[in-house]
Design a binder for this molecule. Sequence first.
Ligand SMILES: [Zn+2]
Length: 331
Amino acid sequence: MLDNTVIRFDRLDARYLPGDMVTGDVIMHTVEPISARFLKISWHGEASVDFSKNTRKIYLSNYKMVWQSKNGVNQFPAGDHCFRFSFRIPADCPPNHCGYYGKIDYWIAVEMDRPWRRNLEGFKTFYVSKQTDLTSIDKSFLCPARFKNHRLSGTIFVDGGFTVQVIMSKRLFHLGETIRATVKIHNNTDKPIVSLKSDLVKQSHYHAMPNHQLCPMSTSQSCPLKAKHRRDEEEVLNSGEHAIHVAPFHTKHLDMKLTPHSALTPSFESDLVSIGYLWCFTVKSASLTGKELQCNARIVVVSEKKKTTTKKYTWDATIPPPPYSPRNDQI
Ligand SMILES: [Zn+2]
C-alpha cells in the first residue's frame, strides 16, 4: 500500500450521477525519494457476476500518468505532492450494487511502479446513483393501487377467513421520501389477529452473461435465460413487527409508513444486474392453524427530487452525457 497518500474527492460524499464530472486530488507526502518509474491515477467501473460463469462488463476505465521518471533516474522526489484527477461518468453506468451473485463497483486507484519491487497501490471507492427518466416508468406506479390476499383459517375445522388489503396512493418514491400505505385487515374468524409485520425487500436479478433483453423488476415479464444462467436474490432491508388486535369479525385500518435509507440503490435494470423492491406485509392470527397471510406491493425507488450535495462542477442537463468509450474518456 502507498503510505501517506490520500485520495480526496471534491464531493465529500463521493456520490455521483451518470454524466457528472468526478474531480479530486491525490495527495502524497514522501519523506525520502522512492525508486519508481511512474505514478498513475486510474478510474474504473465494472459489473461482475459469478455463478454459472464469471462475467465482467466494464463501464468505465481510463488513467492518467501524473509522474514519469526522466532520463532513467527513477527517483520519485521526497516532499509534498498533489495530483489532480478529473473524468466524466458515462451515461450508461448503473448504480453500485453488492450482492451474493454479483456486484457493481467504481473506484479510483493510484499505482506507483517500482522497478524490481512490488508496485505500491492505493484505491478509494466512489458511488454512482441513477437519474431515473420518469417518463419511462409504467404510469400505474403513479396511480392509486390496491393489493389483496385472502386465506381460510383452520384446516379440519375451518373457522372463517381473513383478508389483507394494501392500499397505496402511488408506488413510485424518491430516495429519502417516506413510503406510505394503508393496510386493511378484515378478520372473519373467531380468533383475533395479533401482529402485523412490515418488510422492505430488495430483489436482485442476475444474468450470467450480458443479455440484450433487460429484466425490469417492476414488470411481471419472465426472464428469457435458462434457469442455470440466471439467479434471484432477496434481502430484507427494513423490518418491523407491530403488535395489533383485530377482534373476531371486525375490520381494522392501519396507516403504515417507512423511510428507507437515503443511500438505497434506486430501482434499475441492466444487462447483467437488475434491482427492484417489494413492500411486504404479513399478518398473524391467534388461531393454532392457518395463522399467517402475506400481501405484497411492488414499488419503484427513483433518485432524489433535489440533490443536496454541493457540486463544484455541473453537467448541462440539456446535453445528453456521452456513453462510455475507452478512446474519448476525458482526463
Ligand atoms: Zn433476466
